[in-house]
Design a protein around this ligand. Structure first.
Ligand SMILES: [Ca+2]
Ligand SMILES: [Ca+2]
Ligand SMILES: [Ca+2]
Length: 469
């Protein structure tokens, strides 16, 4: 029947029908519609408590209600009214106007989620207009939609409250009597000119009645004479839902306060490749038992000269993380490891370990070294004075023609030499290891006077910065 009507009157009928059904969904192609693709778009911000600072998504539903395939389909969006809402880069996927466009079969429907945020500072909420283009669309009236973006009003506040305790008996739980009174509790975050602050009562309770909403609010504590460690960096998202009114905040004492560790090599010197025996002594000087303990050792200088202790030697203090130590208890672990061949180039090997527990914070780091003699080489470096205060040696900043010395850490002179015209010095044939560098004259090292003398091929030219004594 529709073929008998002239084109112009079909369009007129379609437009009229649309005008009458503007808000209703068109369930099917009207028999009198012009043949061809016809895309329709609806869009809305997904349900949720959106904050003005959030990345706020918009869900699009695009349907081809026409009777032919649509190609080259693209979409754009812009702020129609209110503060500026800017779309994220690359959020449009195959609808991007810089791409080749998407295709929709007749009857096909797809959803997209695009994202953006409110950049404009003025009050009120944006309305975002989304436009869909397709070259052969038979009816453009349904290719555009306006989306109100309504975050919760920025002046909204909510209550933040809870109780804080110090886990004195280290059982990980709030034991009666552990409440911390008199602490200053603070809530801060972006958009708050200054943190809000209250003092905990005798039951360790705190309450902030009206904290402005924000995605990154943080609760922290001050004025704590006993040095409790509290969770840090736990962000609260305050979106008006009031889910932070019953907080239980646990303070923990650093484990290093109760747990001490000592590492001792069984000899002062080792040959490369030799098996070194190490004694690790752990002591719990606290009033509560410790459990879930484990050791983690590292290569402290990244030089690969550390003693590698096979994990199984740590027993329950290994990856099982099940080490235990009674209150007042002491434990001695005897471990063995092979001294790396590379250690002789550095003149030493090292064992550097942290002792921690699954439920504890800040366990002790302990380190021990033993000498690994063997390599000798010339030790070359620069003595310099930072005349122009740019924290680096420049031309003319070497300390020239000056007598300098290298001594052992226990103050035995090892070598004596003179710097050249540019401040460089070579101490010949020195055993690999650590030495003290000194100047014969009115100069002293700025920070560290230690020279790390490493034999080739691992060595380097060292620098020692000097200042007048
Ligand atoms: Ca359309
Ligand atoms: Ca407890
Ligand atoms: Ca300089």
């Amino acid at each position: 029947m529709r073929r008998t009507l002239p084109c112009r009157s079909v369009r007129a009928v379609s437009a009229l029908t649309l005008a009458l059904t503007l808000t209703g969904a068109m369930a099917a192609v009207p028999a009198y519609a012009e043949p061809g693709p016809n895309l329709k778009i609806t869009a809305a911000v997904p349900e949720g408590l959106w904050l003005r600072e959030d990345n706020i998504p918009i869900d699009l539903k695009i349907t081809n209600i026409g009777d032919a395939r649509a190609t080259d389909v693209k979409a754009t969006g812009s702020t129609y009214s209110g503060p500026y809402y800017g779309f994220d880069l690359n959020t449009w996927g195959d609808l991007d106007t810089n791409g080749s466009g998407a295709s929709f079969e007749a009857g096909e429907s797809r959803t997209y989620r695009v994202t953006g945020r409110i950049w404009g500072a003025e009050a009120g909420n944006p309305v975002v207009r989304i436009d869909l283009s397709a070259p052969a669309d038979t009816d453009y009236s349904d290719n555009s939609t306006d989306v109100p973006v309504n975050p919760i009003p920025p002046e909204t506040t909510e209550r933040v409250a809870g109780q804080v305790y110090g886990d004195k008996n280290r059982d990980g739980l709030h034991t009666p009597g552990e409440e911390l009174a008199g602490l200053t509790a603070l809530v801060g975050g972006p958009g708050l000119p200054q943190p809000l602050s209250v003092v905990t009562d005798s039951a360790g309770r705190f309450s902030f009645d009206a904290v402005p909403v924000g995605a990154t609010r943080v609760l922290y504590f001050r004025n704590d004479p006993d040095g409790w460690l509290f969770p840090e960096g736990d962000l609260m998202r305050l979106d008006g839902s009031g889910k932070y009114q019953n907080l239980s905040v646990q303070g923990r004492q650093p484990l290093e306060k109760d747990l001490s560790a000592k590492i001792e090599f069984d000899k002062a010197h080792y040959a490369p490749g030799e098996t070194a025996k190490v004694t690790v002594t752990l002591t719990n000087s606290g009033a509560s038992p410790l459990s879930g303990l484990y050791a983690t050792c590292r290569d402290p200088h990244g030089t690969d000269i550390d003693l590698k202790i096979p994990q199984e030697q740590w027993g329950s203090f290994g990856p099982a993380q099940a080490g235990a130590l009674a209150a007042g208890g002491r434990l001695v672990l005897t471990l063995t490891g092979q001294v790396p061949e590379k250690a002789q180039y550095f003149g030493k090997t090292v064992l550097d370990c942290n002792f921690n527990g699954k439920t504890y914070l800040r366990g002790p780091w302990v380190s021990a070294e033993a000498k690994v003699p063997g390599k000798r080489a010339d030790s070359r470096g620069l003595a310099w004075v930072d005349k122009n205060r740019n924290y680096q040696p420049d031309d003319g900043e070497g300390l020239p023609n000056t007598t300098v010395t290298l001594s052992t850490k226990d103050n035995k002179l090892v070598s004596l030499a003179k710097t050249d015209a540019k401040g460089y010095v070579t101490f010949p044939n020195v055993a690999a290891g650590e030495y003290e560098f000194r100047v014969v004259g009115p100069w002293k090292a700025v920070d560290d006077s230690t020279v790390h003398h490493v034999a080739p091929p691992y060595g380097w030219e060292w620098w020692v910065q000097l200042e007048p004594r």
